[in-house]
Ligand binder design. Structure first.
Ligand SMILES: *Cc1c(COP(=O)(O)O)cnc(C)c1O
Length: 370
């Protein structure tokens, strides 16, 4: 029998979460963000699952970080428009942008110059990136006015202009900084008569004011709740990835006996320990503390001992029916329907769902429903 660790990808849940995003922003178009191999879920499979829907339910566009990610999608038979969220990294990429029918963000003067000098056969849809407070990429609101006017005056090069910006704190309960960013973009949009594309997942979930012409949900599509405090809407998200394995060995320990490297966990009483085929060599986070939740045979228990490269250990003392071959869910949905959210696991690893999901390594086979 093969090693039992798999990442099961539920494409119905992906479609459900995409529909939820759309229903929360009914007057916006929703670009599905599938960068970083769809947050570790497999970009081609996810894009094709979203494309394989009735026309009115399909995403009008996908978003990735760079040309290489768009090329993989086109080679995989994905036909929908694709936005490059960071645009091009060098001018010669423009030929491929054109050939593959891509849209692009522009965040820097050199990109604008390259686009205007390139003279595409057909104009390229352009999302002008504005730095409204993230202080990472984009033009200041003042600079953006001039760049917008230059692009608008070159309709042979750039078409379908949008103003795009990214929020630093849309997930937080404290909304002061978010509101300042939003106000800057609303003022700029009004001044230029420009459509806006602002909302990431938390803003899509929690801030209808920020739903412009477009929203850009990412992590919520995969069932992770980005909000500091969950909302009625975010509780309706469904996990897409289930990281599933099995118990491959069982140990009985006397009180006080240690488990694993450095003996970090010591049995507080007579204990039963299960060894699970999953480790940091699969992308499971080595920072998982004792007490990190796990589902064994659909019941909650916890990691006991440091995560190894190919294995980790869990406490089975309260789950007497667990034995070799029992199902272990590291996050996602167990066979009995019980759910363990990737966000909860991330908190025990002092990280965020994004790093856990994108961190699953190629050694773990992806298995797709339908
Ligand atoms: C990744 C990304 C998103 C999606 O963010 P989530 O928090 O995953 O929803 C949206 N916009 C830009 C520019 C991004 O880079």
């Amino acid at each position: 029998m093969a090693r039992p660790l798999v990442a099961d990808i539920d494409l119905d849940a992906l479609r459900h979460n995409y529909h939820l995003a759309r229903s929360l922003a009914p007057r916006s178009r929703a670009v599905a963000v599938i960068k970083a191999d769809a947050y570790g879920h497999g970009a081609v499979a996810c894009a094709r699952a979203l494309e394989a829907q009735p026309a009115q339910a399909r995403p009008p566009a996908f978003a990735v970080a760079c040309l290489e990610e768009a090329e993989v999608l086109r080679e995989g038979g994905v036909h929908t428009p694709i936005v490059l969220l960071e645009g091009i990294f060098e001018a010669k990429e423009l030929a491929q942008v054109e050939a593959l029918g891509l849209w692009m963000a522009v965040h820097s003067d050199w990109q604008v110059e390259a686009l205007l000098a390139h003279r595409p056969a057909r104009p390229i849809p352009v999302w002008l990136k504005v730095d409204s407070g993230m202080h990472r990429l984009g033009f200041s609101p003042e600079e953006a006015v001039g760049v917008w006017q230059r692009l608008a005056a070159a309709p042979d090069c750039a078409s379908d202009l949008q103003l795009m910006s990214h929020f630093a704190t849309a997930d937080a309960v404290e909304a002061g900084y978010f509101r300042r960013q939003l106000a800057r973009m609303q003022a700029l949009g009004e001044r230029l008569g420009a459509p806006l594309c602002l909302a990431n997942s938390p803003a899509t979930l929690a801030w209808p004011d920020a739903h412009g012409a477009w929203v850009r949900p990412g992590v919520m599509l995969y069932g992770s709740d980005p909000l500091e405090v969950p909302s009625e809407a975010s509780r309706r998200l469904q996990p897409v990835m289930t990281l599933r394995s099995q118990i491959i060995a069982v140990r009985e320990l006397e009180e006080g006996e240690p488990v694993g490297y450095a003996g970090r966990w010591r049995a507080p009483r007579r204990s039963r320990i299960g060894v699970v085929a999953c480790g940091y060599g699969d992308g499971y986070d080595r920072h998982a503390v004792d007490g990190t939740p796990v589902l064994v045979a659909g019941r909650r228990t916890a990691i006991a001992g440091k995560v190894s490269m190919d294995m980790l250990t869990v406490d089975l003392t309260e789950i007497p029916e667990a034995t070799i071959g029992s199902e272990v869910v590291l996050w996602g949905r167990a066979a009995n329907g019980e759910v363990l959210g990737v966000d909860e696991v991330a908190r025990h690893c002092d990280t965020i769902s994004y790093t856990l999901l994108t961190g699953i390594l190629p050694r773990v086979p992806r298995r797709y429903s339908r």
